[in-house]
Write a protein that binds this ligand. Structure first.
Ligand SMILES: Cc1cc2nc3c(=O)[nH]c(=O)nc-3n(C[C@H](O)[C@H](O)[C@H](O)COP(=O)(O)OP(=O)(O)OC[C@H]3O[C@@H](n4cnc5c(N)ncnc54)[C@H](O)[C@@H]3O)c2cc1C
Length: 383
């Protein structure tokens, strides 16, 4: 079997899948549920296009560091249904109002996540909100190109590696393309998510029909994971008590490439970067109400024009770039690989979800005891 790039560097961006002129690449899940390209050697003509568009084999080139803003969508309902300050919806609405197309991540019927395109605001709710697992790109890059070549304005929203994949796939700049990425902690495995849903389904006695990773009913800072089951039953837990989020935030189930991410930089490839403005209460307290504040990084003149066009519908402040990213190291530092990651992935195959998490997530009491011991040691030894 031919290989495009080393396994641990492949982000699953789908650029190779979209570019292959022979359609001889398929994206196949590995045992952890992450998609990797598989080449049909019978059909392959060795044209090398797949390697040419692979972002992991291409030098990363970003825009010079841009401007940072704290922003809040003035529409309360939209903000409530968004993960942070609801700025994505403002940008998307603006593009749609001009007859443009918006691409982003949506749940499908079995609550897995894939990229879709929308052309009207009635469908915007499908893209709203963070879905903490890797979204399947499918053939969306080809669709983006088709719309661009027809002269349509396109907003593509995704993780930084998906933005990199689209850029290398397109191979040239398009004036009518707006790229919006997120600051990304890393993408969890779709297999882990489906195991989690099975576990919750068994506990609740039904199938989850709706999911929210970022329910803000009790505030933005301590958001809840919420599942709605058939028959009206619900599951709700704060993120720090929820088993899936504990596995995610302790880096136990991220894609291998996330630990050596190729797209980490303050010099972004996108026009606009969105994130949670963690720490906003210290930098810009007038924009903190615990209902969600977005960090908006404007990375290009195209991004600035767009920001200026939507800013009337936002409460916003320009903020110091370095202070703004201080609590969001994921912008330029890859997730740390925990020693028990592989053990966790294996444990899921033969242990119930809760047992696998408890066996591999560092226990809070133990962590506290360890850091207390370290502090004491430092005081005693002075080291
Ligand atoms: C996997 C992941 C990791 C993240 N890590 C961080 C982090 O470390 N720090 C931080 O500050 N913010 C992080 N975010 C971003 C944050 O959660 C919000 O998405 C962002 O602040 C935008 O919020 P919003 O209120 O403007 O819009 P929202 O409506 O909440 O955002 C929706 C947008 O996010 C996109 N999106 C949702 N899920 C996915 C997905 N699985 N893959 C690709 N795109 C997706 C949608 O296409 C849409 O464009 C992460 C998001 C995801 C999906």
């Amino acid at each position: 079997m031919q290989k495009i790039v080393d396994f641990e560097k492949c982000s699953g961006c789908h650029a190779c899948f979209n570019v292959c002129p022979q359609d001889c690449i398929s994206m196949k899940p590995d045992e952890e549920g992450f998609l990797y390209p598989e080449i049909d050697n019978e059909k392959c003509i060795d044209c090398g296009m797949c390697q040419k568009v692979c972002p992991a084999l291409t030098e990363y080139k970003g825009n010079p560091r841009g401007r940072a803003y704290a922003g809040i969508n003035k529409d309360d309902e939209t903000r409530e249904n968004s993960s942070s300050g609801g700025v994505f919806s403002l940008i998307a609405e603006h593009i749609l109002s001009q007859g443009g197309i918006v691409f982003g991540a949506a749940f499908d019927e079995d609550l897995s996540v894939c990229h879709i395109e929308i052309n009207c605001t009635d469908d915007l709710h499908k893209l709203r909100g963070s879905k903490y697992l890797q979204s399947r790109i499918g053939n969306t890059y080809k669709k983006v190109k088709m719309h661009l070549d027809l002269g349509k304005t396109v907003l593509f929203s995704g993780t930084p590696c998906q933005i990199s994949g689209l850029i290398t796939f397109l191979g040239k700049d398009y004036e009518n393309l707006v790229l919006q990425d997120i600051i990304c902690h890393g993408v969890p495995s779709p297999f882990v998510w489906s195991e989690y849903l099975k576990f919750r389904g068994n506990q609740t006695g039904g199938k989850a029909e709706k999911a929210s990773f970022r329910d803000k009913s009790y505030g933005w800072k301590r958001y809840f994971v919420k599942l709605d089951f058939a028959g009206g039953r619900k599951y709700m837990k704060p993120f720090d008590k929820d088993l899936f989020m504990r596995a995610f935030l302790n880096n136990l189930c991220l894609r291998p490439s996330c630990y050596v991410c190729h797209s980490k930089s303050v010099e972004r490839q996108s026009d606009i970067t969105l994130a949670d403005f963690w720490g906003v209460e210290n930098i810009c307290p007038e924009l903190f109400d615990n209902k969600g504040t977005s960090l908006v990084l404007v990375n290009s003149s195209k991004g600035q024009t767009l920001f200026d066009e939507v800013k009337e519908r936002m409460d916003y402040r320009k903020v110091d770039f370095d202070k703004a990213i201080k609590n969001n190291s994921s912008i330029c530092i890859s997730a740390k690989l925990p020693p028990k990651r592989d053990e966790f992935m294996l444990a899921l195959k033969n242990k119930p979800f809760d047992k696998a998490v408890k066996a591999c997530v560092p226990q809070r009491k133990l962590r506290r005891a360890m850091s207390f011991a370290k502090r004491i040691l430092k005081k005693v030894t002075g080291k």
